[in-house]
Design a protein around this ligand. Structure first.
Ligand SMILES: Cc1cc2nc3c(=O)[nH]c(=O)nc-3n(C[C@H](O)[C@H](O)[C@H](O)COP(=O)(O)O)c2cc1C
Length: 381
């Protein structure tokens, strides 16, 4: 029996298996509104057998977008297209999550798959191009003198309160859209991580300086979202477990942060890393799994492992070895949206594995494999 394909419960939510699609910005929205592309892109993961899908970083204010193409939940008109996505996931037995985010000083940057600001005037009108003044804990840019990153305005406490309220309002809209869980984005060098890390936070008030002070704003956001989010639904938090920069945020800091998140009612820590320019993060298969393991065991909270997990056996071992409770796939899911049904088949050679496919296709895939086997094709095995 595969542990990867065993159910996992958080509050009243049960995931049918432990495979999750990691949040991945598609930079394809206009005015923050999801469209048919987002619907098709996310629905295919439900048909592919994932236990949960997390909708990409969704900005809680217009200025909190990474680019003008991000999704948003700062307005009621943004709810209905997301509700359609939550509904299609549910209809296929896949739990729906949404990542609530504020980009801070990394906002108003180029669309990733473009690489630069290279939109023609005509295209700008077509795609709804916008740029804006970005904000952060301190007036320090992500990269100095860069065409991609602006110098942020250092937030006042009143402005921080307004951002916290925007997270709460977005959580309420996520509930209106019917999502099963929310994930607070506190990783990858975006606003909450900017507050946590001495790399970006040089404040001299009660939100800067000591670790306790730097955690104050991110924890107040997580607490406010937890209070606004229904008590029977789980809240996840994504963190960068380390910056990979001398004098930056460390795994030891993450354990303390995760304990505080656990104490305020977070249900799982989604453990990533990096996000600031110059971070040295050695990348390889499963490179962040040891970080998920440390946070899980040292902070005493369930975790999700992510980062170059590509093979069925590797994902199974993450769960078997007690490194994490869930496994998230990013690029592998884009490469093969049917990854779970294939993995299930690889891990479980019995007829039951075909049950992971939608009922409309599982039985014919089985017939296809049988026909190939009878004709001696080894790859049907
Ligand atoms: C196209 C793309 C968009 C991404 N957008 C987000 C995002 O919206 N929020 C986030 O926390 N991480 C984002 N990530 C990071 C992924 O969630 C994931 O952590 C990372 O890709 C490592 O996992 P992988 O090796 O399985 O792809 C993105 C990654 C990719 C490839």
């Amino acid at each position: 029996m595969s542990l990867l394909f065993s159910p996992a419960s958080f509050r009243s939510l049960t995931l049918k298996n432990r495979l999750v699609v990691a949040p991945m910005c598609q930079y394809s929205a206009k005015g923050g509104i999801a469209n048919d592309y987002h619907f098709a892109h996310l629905a295919r993961f439900a048909l592919g057998g994932f236990g949960a899908v997390i909708v990409e970083a969704t900005a809680v204010t217009p200025e909190g977008r990474i680019s003008y193409g991000d999704l948003g939940l700062w307005s009621d008109e943004q709810v209905a297209p997301l509700a359609r996505i939550a509904a299609v996931l549910r209809s296929q037995g896949t739990a729906s999550g949404i990542q609530l985010a504020h980009a801070g000083r990394k906002g108003s940057s180029p669309i990733w798959w473009r690489g630069h600001f290279n939109e023609s005037d005509e295209e700008k009108r077509e795609v709804g191009f916008e740029d804006w003044q970005v904000v952060g804990p301190s007036a320090i840019p992500q990269v100095p003198n860069s065409p991609e990153y602006k110098v942020p305005h250092a937030l006042t406490v009143a402005e921080m309160d307004a951002i916290r309220d925007a997270f709460v309002a977005a959580a309420r809209r996520s509930q209106a859209a019917g999502f099963d869980f929310v994930e607070v984005h506190s990783a990858h060098g975006y606003l909450l991580h900017q507050f946590l890390s001495p790399v970006a936070n040089k404040r001299e008030d009660e939100f800067g300086g000591s670790r306790e002070n730097r955690m104050r704003f991110p924890l107040s956001v997580a607490r406010a979202v937890r209070e606004a989010w229904p008590a029977d639904k789980p809240m996840f938090v994504r963190i960068s477990a380390q910056d990979g920069i001398d004098g930056g945020w460390t795994v030891e800091d993450s354990v303390v942060y995760a304990q505080a998140l656990r104490d305020l009612g977070a249900d799982l820590i989604d453990v990533s890393s990096g996000g600031f320019a110059g971070g040295r993060i050695p990348v390889g298969p499963g490179y962040q799994v040891p970080l998920a393991r440390r946070v899980k065991h040292e902070a005493g909270i369930p975790t999700m492992a992510v980062g170059l997990i590509t093979r069925a056996r590797e994902a199974e071992e993450v769960i078997e070895d007690g490194d994490a409770d869930l496994v998230a796939l990013g690029r592998m899911a884009l490469d093969d949206p049917n990854w779970p049904v294939h993995a299930r088949h690889e891990l479980d050679r019995t007829e039951q594995a075909y049950a992971a496919w939608p009922k409309q296709s599982g039985f014919v895939v089985r017939h296809k494999d049988q026909a190939l086997r009878e004709r001696g094709y080894a790859d049907a095995e």
